[in-house]
Design a protein around this ligand. Structure first.
Ligand SMILES: [Mg+2]
Length: 153
């Protein structure tokens, strides 16, 4: 996905890094509608991966269901290291926790979701964009003009 940001540079986004708890799921349950939107993004050529500390032990089940690769990352530093292997200048990250802070600092574009599990203030401070839900975050990537509009200088 290539985005031409008016009065700024063109950016190319190839990989979407998702957090699990409080982002893809709320209280352990996958947010309804996520699967369909991820299919749209995969069809657009975006690689989608899950980075999670796996607090609830359901990371594998959910990643299998969504057809995405799962990396167990127990700390924020582990998320940062895994992202650094994926050409972070072409990565988008979506998350909500303190564990996502270093990841947000590493990737090209970071989106914090403020759902009912909340968002850590440090994660919020590192985010490029804050949205109300994972569905809103995925819609920003599906409708690229909304994303360009939010990012333009
Ligand atoms: Mg989380």
């Amino acid at each position: 996905m290539k985005l031409l940001i008016p009065n700024s540079n063109e950016i190319e986004l190839k990989t979407l890094i998702l957090d699990l708890n409080g982002t893809l799921t709320v209280r352990g349950v996958l947010v309804k509608g996520v699967s369909k939107k991820l299919k749209v993004l995969k069809n657009k050529g975006l690689k989608v991966v899950l980075f999670s500390g796996d607090t609830r032990g359901n990371g594998k089940d959910i990643s299998d269901k969504l057809g995405i690769e799962f990396f167990v990352t127990s700390t924020g530093e582990e998320k940062r290291i895994e992202a650094s292997k994926l050409n972070p200048e072409t990565c988008i990250a979506i998350g909500n926790g303190l564990i996502d802070t270093a990841l947000f600092r590493t990737v090209k574009l970071s989106i914090a979701t403020l759902q009912s599990e909340g968002v850590h203030v440090k994660c919020l401070e590192e985010a490029d964009i804050v949205v109300c839900s994972i569905l809103d975050a995925l819609d920003l990537l599906i409708d690229e003009k909304s994303l360009v509009s939010t990012l333009r200088v």
